[in-house]
Write a protein that binds this ligand. Sequence first.
Ligand SMILES: [Zn+2]
Length: 237
Amino acid sequence: MAVAPAGVAFGSVSGERIENVSRRGKYAVMRLSSGRSLVTSLRMTGRLVVAGPGTVDFPGTHVVLHFTDGSRLGFADVRTFGRMRLVEPGEPWDQGLGIEPLSSGFTQDAFLSMLSGRTTPIKVFLLDQRRIAGIGNIYACEALWEALIKPSRPAQALNKPAVRRLHHAVVDVLGRAIDMRGTSVDDYVDADGLRGGFQNALSVYGRLGEPCVRCGKPVLRTVLAQRGTWWCKNCQR
Ligand SMILES: [Zn+2]
């Protein structure tokens, strides 16, 4: 369906069709019929929700795309950290982003060579969108727990078996989270306005003081690069 004249924001996308929706790193990419793209980052509390005619927008809605069938797509963000940008065809908006962890290029060997010579704590490395694009704080904590790796270990100090375990864990955690339609520890909802399910499958994130589901020792919380980091001192080395 086409985008009807909106009159509010993004008036210049009137008449466009959304041809395709994809993801790059933490960005949702809506490719328009003109070849331009609407690129959205939800950040902490952003929501992209499709609503039927006659329904009320979410609080904090900043952008509304009206479609010819009366439905609309709202971009809401109460804390306003999120961003929506109209990108011209060929504009290299994602050139600062690293490899996609679910792409065929993200192999164990590629991961191993990315880590070599890096003294950064492995968790900080995982969160660096310029290296690997799309791993957030929740998934970094979960993957390191699954791989039995201490979050503060220097990236270059991981031996081959540890890199193999972490590679597997990153792909596994992201895959399971996608299957469960994301993690709603906070406000996150999908395009249908539904909460995800992965918050019910978290092993370590946000579980300070609770017994580690693997060994029973209490989960710790430290801070690495200003981000809360949950981990098990007994399991993760
Ligand atoms: Zn443990």
